[in-house]
Design a protein around this ligand. Structure first.
Ligand SMILES: Nc1ncnc2c1ncn2[C@@H]1O[C@H](COP(=O)(O)OP(=O)(O)OP(=O)(O)O)[C@@H](O)[C@H]1O
Length: 256
């Protein structure tokens, strides 16, 4: 197994709060790695550091063997790392097709707002992308008219438009109705595996983690408390007691 992303000794504190206090983590090429942990543990901070939005106070991150710390977010995208946010970053007043086309146009470099967005190649690629995510029937719909599951998928489709080898997703199922969650993750997992995209995803739903993660990393007090296959990690008594038991499910009750 090849290491795609490697973090060593990452440290960052906000005032007295240590969001990363010596994080060592390898992401293997082709895997789906889930990150779980209590609210405020530092999971999003890890994504922010890996994608150039935050600079750690100590440590290193290499991607495909090259150091990436200090690179701007746009440069990191060019290296092959994309992300999605907890709250989808869609252009709400535009259609799903226009959103996909905007991501494709942005990937291809300087783009004039005066150029017709839906010209040949871009339209065809945007339609093909939406088709892979099962979103083609919604292509003409405004992004703000989508339900949360479709909105999450459209947002992830925009990240995939950037042709990453590594995609970091911050809570891809948050806000999605429980009846829809598995279908949403099923779709995105299928697309990512077909496209050979390695995925790291922050997730609060343990059923999703158990079903889709190859490995799980447990964040706690700025450290990785446990790392391994879901059947081991999710059944570890300390993880159940100190982490899973206190992660709020979306209905307000603890997840386990
Ligand atoms: N840029 C920042 N400036 C100040 N404090 C920050 C910053 N980014 C994160 N924090 C703080 O660091 C802590 C860790 O935040 P982070 O968002 O990484 O947690 P998380 O594990 O993703 O939580 P959640 O599950 O609630 O999304 C939080 O207390 C947060 O308020």
């Amino acid at each position: 197994m090849t290491v795609l992303l490697s973090a060593r000794g990452l440290k960052i504190a906000f005032g007295g709060l240590k969001a990363a206090d010596g994080i060592d983590l390898d992401v293997m090429q082709g895997e789906f790695l889930a990150i779980i942990g209590p609210n405020g543990a530092g999971k999003t901070t890890f994504i922010n550091m890996t994608t150039g939005y935050l600079r750690p106070q100590a440590g290193s991150i290499t991607y495909d063997g090259r150091p990436i710390l200090g690179m701007k977010p746009r440069r990191i995208v060019k290296e092959g790392i994309a992300r999605s946010f907890q709250l989808p970053q869609l252009f709400t007043e535009h259609t799903v097709l226009e959103n996909a086309a905007l991501a494709i146009a942005a990937r291809d470099g300087p783009w004039s707002p005066l150029a017709p967005l839906l010209r040949g190649g871009i339209r065809a690629e945007a339609e093909e992308l939406l088709d892979r995510f099962g979103l083609l029937p919604l292509a003409g719909r405004r992004a703000d008219a989508l339900n949360e599951g479709a909105r999450k998928l459209a947002d992830i489709a925009m990240a995939v438009a950037l042709r990453p080898r590594l995609l970091l997703m911050d809570e891809p199922t948050s806000g999605v109705a429980s009846s829809e969650k598995m279908a949403v993750v099923e779709t995105l997992a299928r697309v990512l595996r077909q496209s050979k995209v390695t995925a790291v995803f922050v997730e609060h739903d343990m059923d999703v983690v158990a079903r889709f993660a190859d490995r799980v990393a447990v964040w706690g007090q700025g450290r990785i408390m446990a790392l391994g296959p879901p059947d081991e990690v999710l059944n570890d008594p300390a993880v159940r007691r100190d982490v899973i038991g206190i992660i709020p499910a979306e209905d307000g009750h603890a997840a386990a």
